[in-house]
Design a protein around this ligand. Structure first.
Ligand code: HEC
Length: 482
């Protein structure tokens, strides 16, 4: 008993001495608040990062890497350039100069833990589903083992999910949980309302409940007459999407995506089979509130630009023929794939003559598309999408005019870090305004994607569904008429 007491007193003394000896930053007092707030949402057990940063031992083990990557601005990952509009959550991701200095001094002093009693912060959890409402968890009836048509490495599969809505409802947050993240390249949730719900149910029944192959979109009959259908490129309304790097699940407060009673949800999963496939049963969780809640309804618009990437100088052969690439896309994704490149040129008032066939080394091949806004709408969020040869993407309002405003610019595209960015101050636009999406691509020899351990050789690349085809796509989350 006495010795235990002595030990406790001695322990307290040692701690006090240690505590006063380290006047510099300690993990518990100074570093944990930074890592808990800005790293732990990914760097925790079950998070998307490969290791945890939630204890003094974790932090010490990675101290050198922490300093190196935060100084270089690579961690926490934040893709939008400084010329982008103010984006919600930026301050949670960027480290301040003081925070960087604290991390450096702490690491330089040997990454001391300090006194556990000084720790007052808690690791932030990943963005789950929060706020008022109820959560529904939706999963396909069965797991699906993806397989690609002859020689291809991409499979697009559509599953039907039933939210069993007896009343209209707002989705205020969506958490998509890809099961096999090694092969899931994207997930999109579409609303199939009215006749489309019937079609989705029919397609699903015809597949024996396993879902169907759906390159491009869910393959439901649609009506292209309305302007909002055109702005979705003929696809059903989007509810939510997941791409690698996606971490923003909640819609801006005061907004929601309206789901109609009786609707089905079509979940399109793009599987990329570079890695070995296995059965996948990805899930979606939606936070729902009654449609009577006074929320501003948001919808997703798609702004696409043509992709025409000729072979660089010094590379020739049949693979450099546009016609051959077009034929391959038809073979892989069906006859409608042939219309996409021509349709995009037309949609953007461009012709092939706007895309020089001689591109030098091919390290930076641009494309743009301007679209005139035809109705009053408020832009709440913006996202960009390209595949593996993407370099730079921007979404600019009224380019080349005094009213020019960059909504989003991602200057160093990384396929694995894609997200949707909500504007701190939503921007109202209308007739007279123009939205430009601009992308650049690297189709040089050195810029080719590496599949497995093999680097592809350059070829003519067009807009296409495969991971080794390309896209130049902006998504705007808007409220119409608001
Ligand atoms: C949005 C998720 C996310 C956040 C937030 C985040 N990380 Fe990471 N981090 C990752 C992922 C994923 C990897 C592994 C893949 C990669 O390097 O991109 C990683 C890798 C790292 C590495 C190892 C990289 C290497 O090349 O050795 C370090 C060190 C690191 N993170 C430190 C931090 C620190 C420090 C913070 C906070 C100040 C932080 N990260 C915040 C997701 C995140």
């Amino acid at each position: 008993m006495r010795s235990a007491l002595l030990l406790a007193v001695f322990g307290a003394l040692v701690l006090a001495v240690l505590g006063s000896a380290t006047s510099g930053p300690t993990y518990n007092r100074d570093v944990a608040p930074i890592l808990d707030a800005k790293c732990a949402s990914c760097h925790r057990l079950g998070g998307i990062a490969p290791f945890s940063l939630t204890t003094a031992a974790d932090a010490k083990a990675h101290a050198a890497g922490i300093v190196r990557l935060t100084k270089a601005g690579l961690m926490p990952p934040w893709m939008p350039g400084a010329d982008s509009a103010s984006i919600v959550g930026r301050d949670k991701r960027r480290l301040t100069t003081d925070e960087l200095a604290t991390l450096s001094r702490w690491a330089a002093a040997g990454a001391p833990a300090g006194n556990p009693a000084d720790r007052h912060s808690k690791p932030s959890l990943g963005a789950g589903l929060s706020g008022p409402g109820r959560t529904v968890t939706l999963a396909p009836a069965k797991a699906y083992t993806p397989h690609a048509p002859g020689g291809a490495i991409d499979d697009y599969h559509c599953f039907v999910l039933d939210p069993k809505l007896t009343q209209d409802a707002f989705v205020t947050a969506a958490l998509i949980k890809p099961q096999r993240t090694g092969i899931v390249h994207h997930v999109i949730l579409y609303e199939a309302a009215g006749a489309q719900a019937t079609d989705a149910t029919r397609l699903n029944a015809a597949s024996g409940g396993k879902g169907w192959t759906c390159f491009g979109g869910p393959g439901l009959p649609f009506d292209l007459s309305g302007s909002s259908s055109l702005s979705r490129l003929g696809q059903p309304p989007w509810i939510a999407a997941w791409v690698p790097g996606h971490t923003t699940n909640a819609l801006p407060s005061g907004t929601g995506v309206l789901l109609h009673k009786g609707s089905k949800i079509v979940m399109q999963v793009h599987y990329n089979l570079i890695e070995a496939a296995g059965p996948d049963r990805s899930q979606a969780q939606l936070r729902l509130r009654p449609a009577t809640t006074p929320l501003t309804p948001l919808e997703t618009q798609l702004y696409a630009a043509p992709v025409e990437l000729p072979c660089p100088d010094g590379v020739s052969g049949p693979q450099c023929s546009r016609q051959k690439t077009l034929q391959e896309e038809v073979d892989k994704y069906g006859a409608s794939a042939a219309f996409v490149p021509a349709g995009l040129l037309k949609l953007c008032n461009r012709t092939l003559a706007d895309y020089p066939q001689s591109v030098g080394l091919g390290t930076s091949i641009p494309t743009t598309c301007d679209r005139a806004i035809t109705q009053k709408e408020t832009v709440y969020g913006v996202a960009g999408h390209m595949h593996l040869r993407g370099q730079d993407i921007s979404v600019v309002l009224n380019p080349g005019t005094p009213k020019e405003q960059t909504l989003l610019h991602i200057p160093a595209w990384v396929f694995h870090w894609q997200d949707v960015y909500y504007l701190k101050e939503p921007v109202t636009i209308g007739p007279g305004d123009t939205v430009r999406v601009r992308c650049t691509f690297d189709n040089s020899k050195a810029g080719q994607p590496v599949i497995g351990d093999k680097q592809l050789t350059p070829r003519y690349v067009l807009w296409g569904e495969g991971s080794t085809d390309e896209m130049c796509l902006a998504m705007l989350s808007v409220a119409i008429g608001a």
